[in-house]
Ligand binder design. Structure first.
Ligand SMILES: Nc1ncnc2c1ncn2[C@@H]1O[C@H](COP(=O)(O)OP(=O)(O)OP(=O)(O)O)[C@@H](O)[C@H]1O
Ligand SMILES: [Mg+2]
Ligand SMILES: [Zn+2]
Length: 511
């Protein structure tokens, strides 16, 4: 046997492509030549494979070895081809079974002593290969649990190059290596943020439930200590469990981010709250060689919370526009585009002014009207255009907090159930339209589509529009929220009262 083949996976963003790794052993001076790897990765891989093989007692043949990774044009970053390269060489030499090697996709970077290092992105790599029809995968022991999350595949976890060779041939004496551990499995239990802990502020609570039901982006405005952060952290708890496909996507992004993936598939929506000093790369993703997902991608299928939103750099906020429009994050590099999922629910929180006191009960705001305007203007335009729900959060008084309120408070479990029922309603109603959530429905369709409301129902909105109290965009957003309020109530369409409440939720905000 002089030529042997196996497969590995190249990742670009979340996109995995199959790579064929072919080894040829010919006559000539002993060299190891690798074709098809870019730049520096090439000599690094050569040195690692050679050292690892020697150090674990399955030294490479003293011949002219040529390894070809194809397709050549495919960008191949990272060091995850080591294992495939080593297996192809040993199979070409006849030391291990070429047939066995050909039937397995190999993923993993070698350390110099011959052990396999866990890698980022095992989950999306295997998911991609499984979609392409591959079934058997050899992965570093440290990635075992994550690999096993992909349904319908056979995972062979190995500790070292030697273990890998033994699996394919049994020609070596077993040596016991200690596995290099991956990231600790991350805890799937979300901290429980109970909705019923929120005292008062019934408008804000209703707005939160509506945001969860309709998938509406949300803006919370209020003075310090009003409970904006508290409310936002309760949103993920109100969202339904993820379906398997979305859950795999969420874990795949975590895997690529090197953030640790739970042992069992996490089905709760993620919550990410980057600090306002975050860079665009931290929010959107970036990095020079291996492009890593940022907070927005990690929040996909869940909630991205920007606390103190006006404090974020304008360029960072701008970077959110593209994912908000398309649900996809694209990161452009010289010769490639990395794509990550970006369908998160955005929650912004802000104080009404730099000192935070404007509009509070005994307001002691020290900001000039100009300063106030400029503060929130940082958020204006395309970003706010995407936000259906804007709500003013009031500071509850110490007495209210101490006594609680007399109204029974909605619990997280009750609210989630209501949200699930509302979502079923809207999914049924929107069947065949391609939209699933009210937040996805364009204003045009609401105003003149088959579900247009009678004029008498929207009279308050029409008047507000005429008076200039709301804009046309605002009109559409209020209609969307009115539909969600109706779905939450189990109504077939919004009543004038739903429209009024949607308008009220919005008007309770000065901006
Ligand atoms: N409505 C409320 N019910 C119960 N507790 C509340 C309420 N509002 C505020 N609190 C309490 O006050 C604390 C501060 O609230 P939180 O941090 O959410 O305010 P904030 O609006 O985000 O303020 P900041 O603008 O300073 O960030 C909360 O941890 C909570 O304990
Ligand atoms: Mg806060
Ligand atoms: Zn102020």
């Amino acid at each position: 046997m002089m030529v042997a083949r196996t497969h590995s996976v190249a990742l670009l963003g979340m996109t995995g492509s199959m790579v064929e790794v072919e080894a040829d052993i010919g006559n000539g001076l002993p060299t190891l030549m690798i074709i098809g790897l870019p730049d520096t990765a090439l000599s690094d891989a050569r040195d690692r494979v050679r050292a690892a093989a020697t150090n674990c007692g399955c030294a490479l043949p003293h011949s002219k070895i040529t390894v070809n990774l194809s397709p050549a044009a495919l960008p191949k970053h990272g060091s995850t081809f080591d294992l495939a390269i080593a297996m192809a060489i040993l199979a070409a030499e006849g030391t291990i079974s070429a047939e066995s090697v050909a039937g397995v996709v190999h993923l993993g970077e070698l350390s110099l002593d011959g052990r396999l290092r866990p890698m980022n992105g095992v989950l999306p790599a295997i998911a991609a290969a499984a979609r392409a029809g591959y079934r058997s995968f050899m992965v570093p022991e440290g990635n075992r649990h994550e690999a096993e999350l992909v349904p319908g595949v056979v995972i062979v976890p190995v500790v070292s190059l030697r273990d890998a060779a033994i699996y394919h041939a049994g020609a070596f004496e077993p040596v016991v290596y200690e596995a290099i551990q991956g990231h600790d499995a991350h805890d799937t239990r979300e901290p429980h943020h109970e909705l019923a802990d929120v005292v008062g502020n019934p408008d804000a609570v209703l707005a939160l439930v509506a945001a969860a039901a309709g998938g509406h982006h949300m803006f919370l405005l209020g003075p310090p200590g009003a409970g904006k952060t508290m409310l936002a952290s309760r949103l993920p708890g109100l969202l339904p469990d993820l379906d398997t496909e979305s859950a795999l996507e969420v874990s795949s992004v975590r895997s690529l981010a090197g953030a640790g993936v739970p042992r069992t598939l996490a089905v709760r929506p993620p919550f990410e709250s980057p600090h306002h000093t975050a860079t665009a790369a931290a929010l959107i993703g970036g990095g020079s060689r291996l492009i890593r997902p940022g907070a927005a991608a990690r929040a996909s299928h869940g909630v991205l919370f920007l606390d103190e939103a006006p404090e974020f750099a304008v360029s960072v906020l701008d970077a959110l526009r593209q994912p908000l429009e398309s649900g996809v994050i694209s990161i452009h590099r010289a010769n490639a585009v990395a794509r990550f999922p970006g369908s998160f629910q955005l929650v912004l929180a802000a104080n009404p002014c730099p000192c935070g006191q404007y509009g509070a009960a005994e307001s002691k705001c020290t900001c000039s009207p100009n300063t106030r305007r400029r503060y929130l203007a940082r958020l204006s335009g395309p970003l706010l255009d995407r936000i259906d729900i804007q709500v003013q959060v009031r500071r509850v008084t110490a007495v209210e907090l101490r006594l609680g309120d007399t109204e029974p408070r909605l619990t997280t479990v009750e609210a989630r159930r209501t949200v699930e029922l509302a979502r079923e309603r809207m999914a049924r109603r929107l069947e065949g339209t391609g939209w699933r959530l009210n937040s996805q429905v364009p204003g045009e369709w609401l105003r003149s589509g088959p579900e247009r409301l009678p004029h008498s129902f929207t009279a308050v909105l029409d008047r507000a529009l005429e008076r200039g109290g709301i804009t046309m965009r605002g009109y559409d957003r209020i209609l969307r929220v009115a539909w969600t309020l109706a779905d939450l109530d189990g109504a077939d369409q919004p009543s004038p009262e739903h429209v009024g409440r949607a308008l009220y939720l919005r008007k309770s905000m000065s901006a």
